[in-house]
Write a protein that binds this ligand. Structure first.
Ligand code: ADP
Ligand code: MG
Ligand code: MG
Length: 884
């Protein structure tokens, strides 16, 4: 689309005027640029501009981080076009054009990339602009902002030098806010800023405006690969190859005086979903002032009193855009001398609660379809709704210590962390913390993610902390000005009381209240919106969602959350309890079949009771129970005392037991004596487990329960293994069923988790009623990378750009995917009715669920709390990849 035939040969176009683009060109123009172009097309008041494409960003990287002369030429000819439109000239003191240079990737990455405003300012332009506007204060306010942003974003000079100089002047003048500084003060600040620049760079602040522009474009491209951008991409699954576009736009000035201002707003409440314009603004301010919390902003309602016509115009535009996009919009606006400009719109980030409310409302209002509404909800966000809230009784008894803004709902308890590093370290030590900051910045992202919740002293509902926390589904209280935070002393003082790193606090993100100490939490309640969305999802999905659940309790949780069966019961998990583990150990250390059978006989009733519980809970739904899988030595004691105790109980000597333990020791247990290999070596184990499963199923059926037992054999690499184990299972099961005199249908299948099983799936399918992809092991074996040791390796790999995501968390479609595809094709060739599913951790990961839809699987299975996520992801996948 962006190839133009010029003089007979194809040339890629790297720069587009806003008027040449529209919302459909998001991949090329980035989200912000595409939406700016779309708004220009709608005739909205958007300052002029043009977009340097994401492909230019990729070119920049492939051209050794330079912008080629051809692309520079394109930029400057678009700039000339813009000058025509604006009636202003870049760098001309008589009628200067100033620019904003903004990043904008395909997916919105709020706060991740950097913006430079008032570009094109220099000494001569400042003089000229002062004459032209007769407003020196405005001119030097713009100039000082430009120097600081350019220094920070483009030249990598620390903002703090500038902030200190700024604070210094404020202090000398005895004022609290930037508003109280006059033109002379700001001019003084500009000269101080220039000195800082000279000191730090060893050269004067660049007066050549074209140089300013090209350097800034390069800086936006570079910002695509900053550490925080890379981290954000990883978290949100954004590939590095997308690149960012650069938006170059005429400046409009919110800092021209009392009839100017700037703000941000959402067309609906992003915390609750309430259908009411929601936002904040500041008069005589610019850029990120509102978000950065330099002064406390007004709520948008106040604009209705202050500038009723502007308010009405703005409210109408938000409605128009919401209708146009069929979704809640997040807008940025500036008022210049009483005239409104829209600087950005995008589908707004929102809390999970709001996401559901808005989706249901938009459908009811006829603004969007069910399908679109389902697609608008981020499945991962649902997580936030499934997590506990404070126990009302415990809350009653708790002591409130402060109140801030309810920036992102949820309940969080933890000790205080004053820095992102502390929070990250605490997370590693599995210690819950609340990250407490004056305000957060993009550098804090990792720490915010590690914390249970975030408390800030400054900043409003649209501050960095609030926006990012909502995106993460993390509890956040912002703008809690009662909290005096001293990060260097590691203290937070509230009404004279001092809190430190050892103290617990609790946050209620829905009320903004901060409590002392830790508070007990209770299970989340499913709202009716939640139920509605889940029903819509079920109607649309091709796949069902089962749960991985090992106990009747977990199964009940799963069923309450909408699970449509059990995809995996790990029978060994039933033996972690102290009393049972002894019997299990007795079975493991038995050195002959008779002893083993003795131990198994004691275990059987317990297993049967557990299975009965599962069948009761899952009445009418399929239940897959997997035979014993783990390396046996995992269950053996290692401490000397424990070994002695076990030896006594077993009535053998310590030395004998130690000998047995040594015999059981394996060098690579994950590739050792486990899975079906146990059932091959010790058929009596498979026999006992089959008796327990079928016994429980018969018992449940006698109670009137509809049972669908599926027996699953793990770790098959060769069909003859399955044939062997199947003989044990079927003989045992058929004997029990015949003895009972009642009919019972059961299924026997296998995990597909060894590459060889995928490659020979046509043979394996001869012996199997179903396949369940065990993608944890399959991934580990395909990559030859132990999932227990992957952590450190992955870190290095991310940094080296070798991996972008963790293949154990997100299914690898290329390699592991190819094996799965082979298994699906071969398996169905042998047996068209073969039931196919996945039970690895990937079953709850939306991207992996999507891949399962593409492969044509029948179900995915995941942990109970991820069932709703998987259901929504399954519905979205069905919409994106419909099956014939
Ligand atoms: P982000 O992606 O962090 O939202 P933006 O690119 O939207 O960053 O820029 C940040 C802020 O800069 C905007 O919210 C707006 O206030 C200001 N800004 C951007 N472009 C202009 C412009 N043309 N005129 C005036 N202010 C602008
Ligand atoms: Mg920004
Ligand atoms: Mg913005």
């Amino acid at each position: 689309m962006n190839n133009q035939s010029l003089g007979g040969f194809e040339m890629t176009k790297y720069v587009y005027m806003f008027s040449e683009g529209d919302a459909s060109m998001r991949n090329l123009l980035g989200g912000k640029g595409a939406n700016l172009a779309e708004m220009v097309g709608l005739g909205l008041p958007v300052p002029n501009g043009f977009i340097v494409t994401t492909e230019a960003c990729n070119r920049y990287y492939s051209d050794q981080m330079t912008i080629t002369p051809e692309i520079q030429d394109e930029i400057f000819s678009s700039l000339a076009e813009m000058e025509q439109l604006a009636g202003k000239v870049f760098g001309d003191p008589e009628r200067p054009l100033l620019l904003s240079v903004r990043s904008g990737a395909r997916a919105s990455m709020p706060g991740m990339m950097d913006t430079v405003l008032n570009l094109g300012m220099n000494d001569a332009v400042a003089d000229g602009l002062a004459k032209l506007t007769d407003n020196r204060r405005f001119v030097f306010d713009s100039y000082r902002r430009f120097i600081m942003m350019f220094s920070d974003v483009v030249m990598d000079i620390s903002r703090s030098f500038y902030e200190q100089a700024f604070e210094q002047v404020k202090k000398e003048r005895g004022v609290q806010t930037d508003l109280e500084l006059d033109a002379d003060d700001l001019e003084l600040i500009v000269s101080k800023f220039k000195e800082i620049y000279l000191r730090e760079k060893g050269e004067s602040f660049p007066q050549d405006v074209k140089e300013q522009l090209i350097l800034s474009v390069e800086a936006v491209f570079r910002s695509w690969n900053t550490e925080r951008a890379v981290y954000y991409r990883q978290m949100h699954n954004i590939p590095a190859r997308w690149g960012t576009a650069v938006n170059i736009q005429e400046m409009v000035y919110g800092n021209m005086g009392d009839t100017s201002g700037t703000g941000v707003a959402f067309s609906r409440n992003p915390a609750t979903g309430e259908n009411k314009l929601y936002g904040e603004y500041l008069m005589n301010a610019q850029g990120e002032d509102v978000v950065a919390g330099v002064r406390t902003p007004f709520t948008i309602d106040h604009l209705q009193e202050q500038m009723p016509e502007i308010y009405q115009q703005f409210a109408d535009i938000t409605q128009q855009l919401e209708r146009h996009y069929g979704d809640m919009q997040d807008l940025e606006f500036t008022i210049e001398n009483g005239k409104l400009y829209i600087l950005q719109t995008r589908n707004g980030k929102r809390t999970a609660t709001a996401a559901l409310q808005i989706a249901v409302d938009l459908v009811a209002e006829g603004l969007t379809s069910r399908e679109e509404a389902l697609l608008s909800i981020d499945p991962k966000q649902l997580d936030a709704l499934l997590h506990p809230t404070f126990d009302p009784n415990a809350l009653e008894a708790a002591t409130r210590i402060a109140k801030g803004l309810p920036a992102s709902p949820g309940a969080a308890t933890g000790q205080i962390a004053f820095t992102a590093e502390q929070a990250t370290a605490a997370k590693e030590a599995k210690r819950p913390v609340i990250l407490v900051r004056e305000e957060t910045s993009p550098e804090d992202i990792q720490g915010m993610n590690a914390a249970e919740g975030i408390l800030t002293a400054r900043g409003g509902m649209t501050s960095h902390a609030a926006v990012v926390a909502r995106g993460m589904g993390k509890c956040c209280v912002s703008g809690c000005s009662e909290a005096l935070i001293n990060a260097s002393n590691q203290t937070m003082t509230i009404s004279g009381r001092v809190f430190g790193c050892d103290d617990f606090i609790s946050l209620d993100g829905s009320t903004g209240i901060v409590y002392e100490g830790s508070i007990a939490t209770v299970k989340a309640e499913m709202s009716s919106n939640f139920q509605t969305i889940m029903e819509w999802a079920d109607e649309i999905s091709d796949m069902t969602v089962r749960a991985n659940a090992d106990t009747p309790h977990d199964s009940q949780v799963a069923r309450d959350l909408g699970a449509q069966g059990i995809g995996l019961t790990r029978t060994e998990h039933m033996f972690f309890e102290a009393e049972r583990v002894f019997l299990f150990r007795q079975m493991i250390v038995a050195r002959n079949e008779a002893d083993r059978r003795k131990a198994l006989a004691k275990i059987k009733p317990m297993q049967q009771e557990d299975f009965l519980g599962l069948f009761r809970v899952m009445d009418g739904l399929p239940v897959i129970i997997r035979l014993l899988d783990p390396p046996l030595h995992e269950f053996l004691p290692t401490a000397e005392g424990e070994i002695k105790e076990l030896a006594d109980e077993l009535d053998i000597t310590y030395e004998r037991l130690q000998e047995i333990i040594n015999e059981l020791h394996e060098l690579n247990p994950m590739l050792g004596h486990r899975g079906c290999r146990l059932a091959v070596s010790y058929p009596e184990i498979a026999e006992m487990q089959t008796e327990a499963i079928i016994g429980a199923a018969l018992q449940a059926a006698a109670e009137g329960i509809v049972v669908k037992p599926e027996i699953m054999v793990p770790l098959i690499c060769e069909v003859k293994e399955l044939e062997f184990v199947n003989r044990t299972i079927k003989t045992t099961a058929d004997r029990l069923i015949a003895d009972s005199g009642q009919p019972l249908k059961y299924w026997v299948g296998t995990m597909i988790e060894i590459p060889r099983a995928c490659l020979t799936a046509d043979e394996v399918a001869e012996e199997a009623d179903f396949f369940s992809f065990g993608t944890n092991d399959l991934t580990q074996m395909t990559y030859g990378l132990s999932r227990d040791d992957a952590g450190k390796i992955l870190e290095t790999y991310y940094q080296a750009g070798i991996f972008e995501v963790d293949p154990t968390a997100q299914l690898d479609r290329v390699g592991v995917g190819a094996l799965m595809r082979t298994a699906v094709e071969l398996g169905r060739k042998t047996k068209p009715e073969l039931e196919l599913g996945i039970c690895g951790e990937h079953g709850g990961d939306p991207s992996s669920v999507e891949f399962c839809q593409i492969l044509g699987l029948d179900y995915v299975s995941c942990s109970p709390y991820r069932v709703p996520i998987a259901k929504l992801a399954a519905a979205q996948s069905a919409l994106r990849y419909p099956r014939k």
